[in-house]
Design a binder for this molecule. Sequence first.
Ligand code: BTN
Length: 411
Amino acid sequence: MAAHGEGIDFLKTQVLQSLKESAGYLSGQAIAEKLGISRTAIWKNVRQLQADGYQIEAVPNRGYRLIKGEDVLSREELLLLMDDRWIARYVVFYAETDSTNVRVKALAEMGEPEGTLVVADCQVAGKGRLGRWWSSPRGTGISMSLLLRPAFAPRFAPMITLVCALAVCRAIRTCTGLPALIKWPNDIVINGKKVCGILTEMSSEEEAISYVVVGIGINVNTPEFPPEAGVTATSCYLENGRTVNRAWMISVCMRELKDCYENLLYAKDLSGLLDEYSQYMVNKGKRVRVLGTAQAPGSAQAPGSAQAPGVAQAPGVAQAPGSAQAPGVAQAPGSAQAPGNAQPTGGVQPGGSAQDVRDQDVQAPGGSGELSGVAMGVSPQGALQVMDDDGVLHEVISGEVSVRGVYGYAE
Ligand code: BTN
């Protein structure tokens, strides 16, 4: 696979842009003159755009007309919307792939630069946290992964997940007007249901990060979920009945991510973002149960862990005990689901759902049990501060823990 060169067709992007800018029909001759190419070349590019899913009318003696309002996800669409120098400067698009996190890891190993973005319309082996699957059906959601190469020590990496959650929360609010909130550390919820999950994976040496892959899955226009998912999963469409252009939402996510990530790089902690993060925290001030690796007060590292907590280690790199994102894991715990199967069983996570509910009965391996108390907020280093019933303040790092509201997924 060629990295950022793959599928590059600037001409196709320019033809698309011309059609988008035109209010009505645009003749092949007019586009040809504008772009300095032949009418045959225009026709070929129009055919390709149609094959990508664009509805383009071709009427003799009048020309071409793009039927607007379509939610087509394509590389050209994304390139037209991205305006930054480094983030999403290189975009790789797949109509279908296994997992965008896997694709970005491969690109990272090939030395691709920070900011490389992989987007897929459909994933057949999408990965969730804790070794689960993430369901990403065609034409409905956002599945994307971003390559970062932060120049700080691995212990800072969990904060990346938090800044990404804040960025996506902002983007969903901007693009939909919906009251998206953050369920620490990395779920985005709307009206108590999960609309987005983030899987951060890292490859590092002892004191330096080689790369971080941030994988973001957003249920954007998903019209329905299987019954077993419906309790805790939702989509933007299900919340307000409106579809959103996914390419636009991706571009807004990238803009916000750049802002939040650069803030983190500068401050080396979350101090500049903490007020906003706290304002959007769904579990702040609520009773929560933390399942898995509960931390002793003042502790910042999971017992026995050699890895930045909350960030799974990329394949080929030693993995901390108790870390659940085993390289090459093909199946969620307890699931009989094969990769690429269309319908989730117990193992597929369509944006929250079955596993989240089941988690309430699960203790993470190596975890010291369950901590219950009131979520007070987040520390500048990104730890969840939980006051237990004896008034002791615990700092919980975003390792392989699950946080649940005592009354439900986020309540
Ligand atoms: C979670 O379990 O909440 C995290 C889900 C992360 C899913 C996204 S979709 C894009 C990227 N590619 C993957 O395989 N997973 C992440």
